[in-house]
Design a protein around this ligand. Structure first.
Ligand code: PLP
Length: 363
């Protein structure tokens, strides 16, 4: 029997096989209704159960406290780069951004079109991102409207393994590429946002978890549709939500629950990243990574071989062994293995076998 394809794509990314099978089996006729869920009203009883079920599961899996609302929005994380400052950056204030990669640069650049926003520190060596800055090296503005971080840097492959203490200043995190890879102390955050297409489900829905009081104090002089409070008040049903994406996300949440929840995802993640980093570290001078050891991402492992030609060979050998999505982001090149929740350990074992074999033959 041929090995199953292992999808290491950075996003949209692997979904649990069991979820896809479930969707396939009930797609044409959702629970005997004679139509699919895609064709039903977002105000109907079937969708209502899906919507609230998905919200409840996220709340349970991440132990989201009562102080925080969970929203389903659209526009992706890029939409949130704009909505966060639109809602929370009044003209007389300034926001702090911790820069750790491409997406944090984008977040700052979007905020700068709305109001005053500044870098509170960057994890760079020259012009390359190589680390999460040490928290005592951050230059935080004691009067900042909020502090923004990108918890996992999908492109360069770095990750916050702890979070800075910002006291009374709301901490905002783009968690698009590591949300629900383990337990989280949600109460520490003013707002968390994540495009679903890596760890939570398909593209098309953006999950926001935010302090209710802070949301209620956001700006009111912007269009209603852009105000977080509008969606919080309407239970994310102010207008038509992306029903199919939320339905699928709900099944991914059920799958995570059945696998043992956030703790189980953390254990799987720990094991998967250890396997890949061990294979890198066993071959110094052959496999290299730009990222400093304590800033390494457990979700997106980035590395390169001795030259670009060998990287190309590696990628084609991987494809011939049915491993896809390993090409590094076009801005950094090399190889990137994304180890999101739906990537099984067996697949990662196949990757490290190739890494060892390839280094032996080409080193
Ligand atoms: C950390 C992070 N933030 C933001 C984005 C942009 O997300 P979207 O395409 O959903 O706007 C990505 C996409 O890969 C990402 O990884």
């Amino acid at each position: 029997m041929t090995d199953p394809v292992v999808n290491f794509s950075a996003g949209p990314a692997a979904l649990p096989r069991a979820v896809l099978e479930r969707v396939r089996s009930e797609l044409p006729d959702y629970r005997g209704r004679g139509v699919s869920i895609l064709e039903q009203s977002h105000r109907g009883a079937d969708y209502d159960a899906i919507h609230n079920g998905a919200l409840e599961r996220i709340r349970k899996l991440l132990v989201v406290p009562d102080s925080h609302d969970i929203l389903f929005l659209q526009g992706g994380a890029s939409g949130m780069f704009a909505l966060v400052p639109l809602n929370f950056l009044p003209a007389e204030e300034s926001a702090d951004y911790v820069l750790t990669g491409r997406w944090s640069d984008r977040a700052l650049s979007e905020a700068s079109t709305v109001g005053r926003a500044r870098s509170a520190g960057a994890g760079k060596d020259g012009d390359r991102y190589v680390r999460i800055p040490r928290f005592d090296a951050l230059e935080l503005d004691p009067n900042a409207a909020y502090v923004h971080i990108t918890s996992n840097n999908t492109v360069v492959g770095s990750q916050f393994h702890a979070f800075p203490n910002t006291g009374d200043i709301p901490l905002v995190a783009d968690m698009s590429s590591d949300i629900l890879s383990g337990p989280l102390d949600v109460a520490r955050f003013g707002l968390i946002y994540a495009g679903a297409q890596k760890n939570l489900g398909p593209a098309g829905v953006t999950v926001v978890i935010a302090d209710r009081t802070w949301l209620a104090n956001g700006r009111t002089d912007i269009p209603q549709i852009l105000q977080f409070r509008t969606h919080a008040k309407a239970n994310s049903l102010f207008n038509t939500p992306p029903t199919f994406a939320i339905y699928l996300l709900g099944y991914v949440m059920e799958w995570i629950e059945a696998e043992g929840g956030a703790e189980a995802m953390a254990a799987r993640t720990r094991e998967k990243q250890q396997l890949v980093y061990a294979a890198i570290d066993e071959h110094p001078g052959f496999y290299e990574t730009d990222i400093e050891p304590d800033s390494r991402s457990w979700m997106n492992v980035t590395f390169r071989g001795p030259n670009e030609e060998l990287d190309q060979h590696f990628l084609s050998e991987a494809e011939s062994r049915r491993m896809i999505g390993l090409k590094g982001h076009r801005s950094v090149g090399g190889i990137r293995a994304s180890l999101y929740n739906a990537v099984e350990i067996d697949g990662v074992v196949r990757l490290v076998e190739l890494m060892r074999d390839f280094a032996r033959r080409n080193g």
